[in-house]
Write a protein that binds this ligand. Sequence first.
Ligand code: NAD
Length: 279
Amino acid sequence: MSATIIDGQKIAEEMTAQIKKESSSLLPKPGLAVIIVGKDPASLLYVKKKEKACQQVAFYSVLIELPEDVSELKLLNQIDALNQNKKIHGILVQLPLPAHINERLVIDSIYPNKDVDGFTPINMGNLLVGDNRLVPSTPRGIMKLIESTGVHISGKHAVVVGRSNIVGKPISLLLQQHGATVTMCHSRTHPLEYYTKQADILVSAVGKPKLISGSMIKKGAVVIDVGINSLNNTLVGDVDFESASTVAGFITPVPKGVGPMTIACLLENTLYAYRQQHL
Ligand code: NAD
C-alpha cells in the first residue's frame, strides 16, 4: 500500500471538540430536530448517530419517529410545528421517504434558515451562485477531507462519479468554486475508467461496491469514497480499497472516512443556523 489514509474519524473528532467548546457557553442550547419515517434499519442507525453526536456537544436534540404509513399532511404539519419552535434551530428529515410522500414537497416546507441539510431550493440556489450558507453536510465534509491532504485543488482535474442532489451535484459545485476543472460521471457514462483515470481528485458517490478499482485510478490521486454498501455483512465503499490504495496518493477508508465528517458538518451547520437565528 502506498496511499496515505485520510482519517475522517480523527478530523471529525477534532471538529466535534471545537463545536463543543464553542457551544458550551451558549444559552439556550442549539437545537436539532430529526424526523424519521418508518423503520429502515440503516436510516435508524444514522439518526441514532446524529442524536448521539448532539449529546456529545450538549445540543438540545429531538428525535421524531413517525410510522411508515404516516400521511404527507401529518408530516408537513410536524415540520410546520418545528419551523415555529424557538428551541429548534435545525430540522432534518431522514431520506428516503416512503413512496406515497412527495419528498420535494416535504423538503421545501422546511424554513431555509433551519434547513441544516442544505437541501431546500433556497440553500441549493445559494450554493449555485457561490453564497455558501447552509451547504449539505456530506459535500462540506468531503472538501475538508481533501483540504486535509494539503493538495491544492485549484487547477486540478476533479472527477465526480454520481450526480445526486445531496452529494454529486453539490460537491461538483464546491470543487469548481475552489478552481478545479470538474467532470461529472453517472450511470450513462461510458467507459467510466476513461474519465476516472484522468482524475487528480476522484470522488465516488454511487452506492456500488468495488465500482472503482486500482486500474481506474491515476497514480497519486486523492480518492474520496462516499459510498456505503453492505458486502458479505461488511461495510464497504464504492472503491476497491485494496487495489486502489496501491495507486492513489491519498484515500478515505470506509468506514471512518466520509461518514463521521457528515455528522460533524451537520453539527457545524446547526451551530451556524443557531447563530443566524440569535443575531
Ligand atoms: P443516489 O442513488 O441518489 O445517486 C447515485 C448516483 O450514482 C446517480 O447519480 C447515478 O447516476 C450514479 N450511478 C449509478 N450507477 C452508476 C455506475 N455504474 N457508474 C457511474 N455512476 C453510476 O445516491 P446518493 O444519495 O448520492 O448516495 C451515493 C452513495 O453514497 C450511497 O452508497 C450512499 O449510501 C452514500 N452516502 C454516504 C454518505 C456519507 O455520509 N458517507 C452520505 C450520503 C450518501
